[in-house]
Design a protein. Structure first.
Ligand SMILES: C[S@@+](CC[C@H](N)C(=O)[O-])C[C@H]1O[C@@H](n2cnc3c(N)ncnc32)[C@H](O)[C@@H]1O
Length: 207
């Protein structure tokens, strides 16, 4: 995935995103929100915030910053925040999650929902998620990862040939991204998605 292909794909998706991917991706969003264990005043960063569909799920007493590379997706998110009166959203910024402008250790929790398979370099993304997270903070990821099932694996490889067009790579290998030795807590959300919870400072391999 190249960043320009991502922007083009989500420019096209923006208007229909909530209708197509709203309900179907909601179990993963809810799983992350349930696992976050947020405390009043926590600062949360959500990368790839998209249309802001998850924003109403956060408690009103935490501060949220959202970033995305797609201007059109962010416009939707801003509209949602205004309509719902979400005063706990501090900022929605156009920014690349692989090269964020936030200082180190800016956030208590960092969240990436359905983003790892969309960015050009998932390992670089992970480095950045850890960098902007406080040393005692946590990083949460929900995503589809490459299947061990040979039939599903074949379908993923076929789909992978069109990743630029469809806007995601179905072949991200969870074991390379988060090795077992890293103490990453991996939980299956359903057949398609897994949630990964990482204490900050956890090492991961380069993809
Ligand atoms: C599949 S959507 C997920 C949106 C939202 N998190 C959700 O739960 O529906 C992926 C989002 O990640 C954004 N994205 C892709 N690459 C990015 C990057 N390098 N930095 C920031 N956002 C990115 C896309 O523009 C898109 O809005």
């Amino acid at each position: 995935m190249q960043i320009e292909a991502v922007k083009t794909a989500y420019r096209r998706y923006a208007r229909i995103y909530d209708m197509v991917f709203g309900a179907v991706l909601q179990p993963g969003r809810r799983a992350v929100l349930d696992a976050l264990q947020l405390r009043s005043g926590d600062r949360v960063l959500e990368v790839g915030v998209g249309t802001g569909i998850s924003l109403p799920l956060y408690p009103r007493d935490v501060r949220i910053t959202g970033i995305d590379v797609s201007r059109e997706m962010l416009e939707r998110a801003r509209g949602r925040v205004a309509r719902a009166g979400l005063r706990n959203v501090d900022a929605l910024l156009e920014m690349d999650a692989e090269e964020m402008s936030f200082p180190d250790a800016s956030f208590d929790k960092v969240v990436a929902m359905y983003v790892v398979s969309v960015v050009p370099n998932p390992a670089k993304l992970l480095d950045e998620l850890h960098r902007v997270c406080k040393p005692d903070g946590e990083v949460f990821i929900v995503n589809h990862f490459q299947s061990d099932n040979p039939v599903v694996g074949t379908l993923e490889r076929a789909l992978g040939m069109f990743s630029s067009q469809i806007g995601f790579d179905p072949e991200v290998d969870l074991r390379k991204l988060v090795p077992a030795a890293s103490n990453g807590d991996v939980r299956r959300v359903n057949f398609f998605w897994k949630m990964v919870r990482l204490r900050n400072g956890v090492k991961h391999r380069q993809l």
